[in-house]
Design a binder for this molecule. Structure first.
Ligand code: SAJ
Length: 423
């Protein structure tokens, strides 16, 4: 296939390692480049450093066939036919993108590549970045983009827990700096992708990826604003949303304590960053979603006031630290933001998350003599809690639901929830 036999994958994280495994098991000779020595050792002994269904068998197969090898030595990726960059593109403190990992990956590739190589960026990047990186490679190598080498943005779209299924069956976008670049990447990925594939320009592809998560973020902000209104009108927003969603062309998202993870809170900023002007909506949505932990704090503090518990004496149990249900991932978690908002104002904050080490050993342990329980993550385990039993262990019975886990407020509790204006 276009002479592509040997591939280098730069960055062996949540996306890079599964992608390297897929190519290796499709018959390519894959070298994975990674700076973490311990990760490289583990991978070469057939052990994955990330938790994901099927990864152990698939990695062993790739390593045992001799098709996958990891390395920390940039010399080992010299002269490959294709380079696939899967490094992080986080935000800095000031919410502007930190492209330093991407740029150093591109510099390593520029040193290693040969004329005719294909360079693919899978990382989520601000619009126009792929074109800029192609220019950087031109400067560093003297090669001409689109003529002497090919360059593509091919964003990943997978969800942790379903990575190996979604890598195969999700549709993929290949945004080339030239049509030939996109075609080359599409042919390469077709070796394992069974979903639909689409070719476009690199800038369209970058914008598509960022629009997907911005769409979700803005819609969640709208749902959160509906929740604020529900408190004004004394109604349950979830009842209203369920009824509105019976309309065939309406699909309102779910309000809650906030929006976390490594994508939704970041991607709208990447989308706006290179623009000369922004028009307010996307930024405002970010602000609304970022304000939700504070809104949840207000619910808690008004409940403490109603029951005459001085905040400085209050013991608060927070259930859930992960950013979403049944996950152990706490990156940008609104649960952590909530804890940060209250910890200096109350006597003690205890946390319990069945997936996160270092928290209380059980719900019971966390709520013993507590004045309030706050649900911050929609883990399935929390849906089956026996509140009457827990209530007996508590000093004051306040229940704050930040994730619509409790449908019917338990008897004997002062209950408040995001969007639950009816109590
Ligand atoms: N959330 C709400 N209300 C909702 C939906 C989500 O408050 O109605 C919250 C969640 O609790 C969580 C956050 O938003 O804190 C984000 O969760 P998510 O499930 O929407 O998104 P991620 O970050 O886990 O994964 C997203 C996915 N993108 C889309 O659904 C458009 C995934 O497909 C991408 O692969 C991933 O981002 C990524 O890598 O970009």
């Amino acid at each position: 296939m276009d002479g592509v036999n040997e591939i280098a994958v730069i960055g062996l994280g949540y996306i890079g390692l599964p992608t390297a495994i897929m190519f290796a098991n499709a018959g390519f000779k894959v070298t994975g480049y990674e700076i973490r020595e311990e990760v490289v050792k583990k991978i070469n002994s057939g052990e994955a450093h990330i938790v994901e269904p099927e990864i152990d068998e698939l990695l062993q197969k790739a390593v045992e066939s001799g098709n996958l090898r990891a390395t920390t030595n940039p010399d080992d990726i010299k002269g490959k036919d294709a380079y696939i960059i899967c490094v992080q593109t986080p935000l800095k403190e000031d919410k502007t993108p930190d492209l330093s990992y991407l740029e150093s990956a591109v510099r390593i590739v520029a040193k290693a590549m040969k004329p005719g190589s294909l360079v693919v960026i899978e990382s989520t990047v601000p619009p126009l970045t792929t074109v800029r990186m192609a220019e950087l490679i031109e400067e560093l190598t003297g090669l001409k983009a689109g003529k002497d080498f090919y360059m593509v943005h091919a964003p990943e779209r997978v969800m942790p827990g379903r990575i190996f299924k979604e890598l195969v069956y999700n549709s993929r976008i290949f945004g080339g700096i030239t049509p030939e670049s996109a075609e080359m990447a599409e042919r390469l990925y077709r070796s394992f992708v069974k979903g639909q594939t689409f070719k476009t320009s690199s800038t369209v592809s970058e914008v598509v990826k960022l629009m997907e998560n911005t769409f979700r973020d803005v819609n969640i902000a709208l749902a959160n604003e509906f929740a604020f209104l529900a408190h004004q009108y004394g109604i349950n927003v979830f009842e209203a949303i369920e009824l509105a969603n019976t309309h065939p062309r309406v699909k309102i998202h779910t309000p809650g304590i906030g929006v976390g993870g490594h994508c939704l809170p970041k991607d709208p900023h990447l989308l706006l960053w290179p623009a000369k002007e922004d028009f307010g909506l996307i930024k405002l949505a970010r602000e609304i979603n970022d304000s939700m932990p504070l809104f949840t704090k207000d619910l808690l503090f008004s409940a403490l006031k109603e029951l005459n518990v001085p905040p400085e004496d209050a013991v608060i149990a927070v259930l859930g630290l992960a950013y979403k249900g049944d996950s152990d991932d706490t990156r940008n978690s609104p649960a952590l933001a909530f804890v940060g908002e209250i910890e200096e104002d109350v006597k003690e904050v205890r946390t319990y998350d069945p997936f996160v080490p270092g928290t209380s050993g059980s719900v019971e342990e966390a709520v013993e003599n507590a004045d309030a329980v706050v649900i911050a993550t929609d883990h399935s385990e929390f849906k089956n809690i026996d509140w009457e039993h827990l209530g007996r262990l508590m000093r004051t019975r306040i229940l704050i639901d930040g994730r619509h886990v409790v449908e019917n407020p338990p008897r004997g509790f002062l209950f408040k929830g995001v969007g639950r204006g009816e109590y």
